[in-house]
Write a protein that binds this ligand. Structure first.
Ligand code: PAF
Length: 353
């Protein structure tokens, strides 16, 4: 074994430190020189760091294999394919990064790059979007699809840019029904005084007030417990969405009201979007549009199966005279149509054939 005197050991340590430092400096210098050269070659792409992989963190609050998850899985694949693997979308589902409001705020804070947020929540950023969730505005799923393709929603969606978000497309949640714990809702009169959980948003509040109920906004993540502990009498949502968190375990009756078609806007932070090269923007936009078409079609076909699952879990399905509900919510059109200046947009949506 080699033996060092105290002073020669000190010199040896110093030498090792110097060599390590020199190697580190060389490595860093080399990297940045290489990067600079690549930057110059890439021209426009220098905005995103060129050869670097682009990672986009996307947050939503549904399951990976249901609801939004069906579209997101397709979106991730399409983005990878269309950008030759240059862009990777990392998904944080089931509300792992917070509820819809948290992740939407996160777009401006930089904690997420992309989010899927209910239109009801997005009306807080642009009230004109309320037109999409007005009660009974859509005749059926076919009408929804035609409106999505018509471009009539584009001006309202584009206005989100002034709030730091770019809307890429809209995924479906589907038509919503009403589910109750103890008493079925069979007619308009049955709504009277019932505490029904709604998502936060004026259209939902005014709609359920007009129906005679007591609308109660509660975050989605707290709904199961709120039903279990009888804080609310029921909730309203699409059966496919409700089954994701097994609400059939805490409710007994489903009334087929189909009162609101709800969707989630696929958003990307505007400052992130603006940094992306044009070819990457094009690929991401195409992936979003294509995945949305597939996702909306799957949701359109999924209600019957979801209602079957509810029945298998001992829920009773009740039909209801929708015409009386449609009449009851008419004042909401007058009130909010005027307040948000969306009379024209409501007409445009209704006129899409
Ligand atoms: O009812 C809601 O709050 C929304 O429909 C939901 C479930 C959060 C969308 O994912």
């Amino acid at each position: 074994m080699v033996k060092f005197s105290k002073s020669s050991f000190k010199r040896f340590v110093l030498l090792v430190l110097l060599v390590i430092t020199a190697l580190l400096v060389a490595a860093c210098g080399g990297n940045s020189a290489g990067k600079q050269a690549a930057d110059q070659k890439a021209g426009d792409n220098s905005k995103q760091g060129n050869s670097d992989k682009i990672v986009l963190r996307l947050a939503h609050n549904q399951m990976p294999d249901q609801g939004y998850g069906l579209g997101v899985a397709k979106f991730v694949d399409l983005v990878k394919q269309k950008t030759n693997g240059k862009v990777e979308v990392q998904v944080f589902d089931q509300g792992k990064l917070g509820d819809e409001r948290d992740v939407t705020e996160g777009l401006n804070l930089g904690t997420v790059d992309m989010a899927i947020t209910s239109i009801g929540v997005m009306t807080n950023y642009n009230p004109e979007l309320s037109a999409i969730v007005m009660p009974f505005i859509f005749r059926d799923y076919g009408h929804v699809e035609k409106v999505m393709e018509s471009g009539v929603l584009n001006p309202a969606l584009d206005k989100l840019q002034s709030k730091g978000m770019k809307a890429l497309t809209i995924y479906a949640q589907g038509f919503r029904d009403v589910a109750m714990r103890e008493k079925p809702i069979k007619s308009l009169a049955d709504f009277k005084g019932l505490k029904i959980r709604i998502p936060a948003g004026e259209v939902y509040t005014e709609t359920f007030k007009a129906l005679g109920a007591n609308p109660t906004p509660i975050p989605w993540g707290e709904l199961y417990t709120s039903l279990q502990t009888k804080v609310v009498d029921g909730y309203e949502n699409n059966p496919q969405v409700a089954n994701q968190i097994k609400l059939y375990e805490v409710t007994k009756y489903l009334s087929l009201t189909n009162h609101i078609w709800e969707g989630g806007i696929v958003l990307i932070a505007k400052n992130k979007w603006d940094q992306l090269p044009a070819d990457i923007q094009k690929a991401i936009q195409e992936a979003a549009t294509e995945s949305a078409k597939i996702q909306r079609d799957l949701i359109r076909k999924g209600d019957d199966k979801a209602i079957e699952v509810m029945k298998q879990n001992k829920m009773e399905v009740v039909t209801i005279d929708r015409a009386s509900l449609i009449t009851a919510v008419k004042p909401v059109y007058e009130q909010l149509g005027k307040k948000y200046g969306i009379e024209q947009l409501l007409k445009q949506i209704q006129e899409v054939k």
